[in-house]
Each structure stands twice: as C-alpha cells, then as structure tokens.
Design a protein around this ligand. Sequence first.
Ligand SMILES: [Ca+2]
Ligand SMILES: [Ca+2]
Length: 177
Amino acid sequence: MPLSHPHTQTHITTSTQATSPMRNLAFVLGLALVAACHGCPEGWVEVEGTCFNLEMSHALDWTSARTHCQDQGGELATIKTATGLRMVYEYIKTYALEGSFWVGGSDERVEGDWLWVNDESRVSMGTPFWALHNSIFGYQNEPSGGSDENCLALDESRMYFFNDEDCDKLYHPICMQ
Ligand SMILES: [Ca+2]
Ligand SMILES: [Ca+2]
C-alpha cells in the first residue's frame, strides 16, 4: 500500500456557482431605484436632496409649466450643478422619456441675464451646462436665441443640455419640491 505524501492530500473544493451577470445588474439597478425614490413622493426622483418630478403627462408653454408646478406647492426645477444635470439626464435615459423639458431659468426680464426664477440666482453659463451650436464663429455655447428665446429648456435634440427656447413651445415641466 503506497504511502501518500501528506502534501498531496489536498482537498479540491468544488467551484462556487457562477453568479449571473444579469442578476448582478438587476441588483445594482434595484439599489439605484431604491436610492432614487428615497425621501420623495412616489414617481418623484431625488436630485441632490431635492425632489424632482418630470411631468410626462403635461406639455405646456413655459409660463403655464411654472404655474403648474406652483399649483402643487413647488416651482420649476433649478439645476445648479453638473452632477444634478447628470442625474436628470440619467433618469431620462433610464426611463426612456421623450421630449424636451422646461426648467426654471429665464432671461425674460433682462436679455442675456439668465436667472433661476426660484431664488433669482444667476444661471451658470457655458460648459458643462449649455449645449453647443454651430455658428459662423465655429462651435459656441447656447444661448443664441436673443430676445426670441427667453426660457430655459433641457433640449432633447441637444442631449438634454441647456438651450434657450421660445417660451411658447410646449414641453414637459420638471417641477421641484
Ligand atoms: Ca433671451
Ligand atoms: Ca437657443
């Protein structure tokens, strides 16, 4: 009877069950959705501590969109950080929402002086907020509409970056509370 070397008596452990990548993905998405809903009413999404509602059932001109939000005790949304804009973009893409959105920025009072209507603070200009457009001077940031475009939209055709638009266009309000 041959003696076996003690070091050869290794126990082969059975390989652990391969975890499904799809299951992992579902788990991560589930966490993200739970996080998105935390602290906000159902159907609203938390963006940097504020609850936003992207109102897909309404398409209104900017002034009516603002009134609609105020009627719910809120205001058209303010987006002051790149992170906040990114979160709204991710939400739009995650839920495959279509159309452009009104947010609470305006230069109606003084052309070119963009203010958030909620607190009258200045809207940050340039990248990374405002969309690019091709002009005779090459690519430049919006706004480019002058006195014809005085309301702030997240423009579907511009990857949801900021664009000044004609306030009479009918877009979905993004309300905040
Ligand atoms: Ca303007
Ligand atoms: Ca424009």
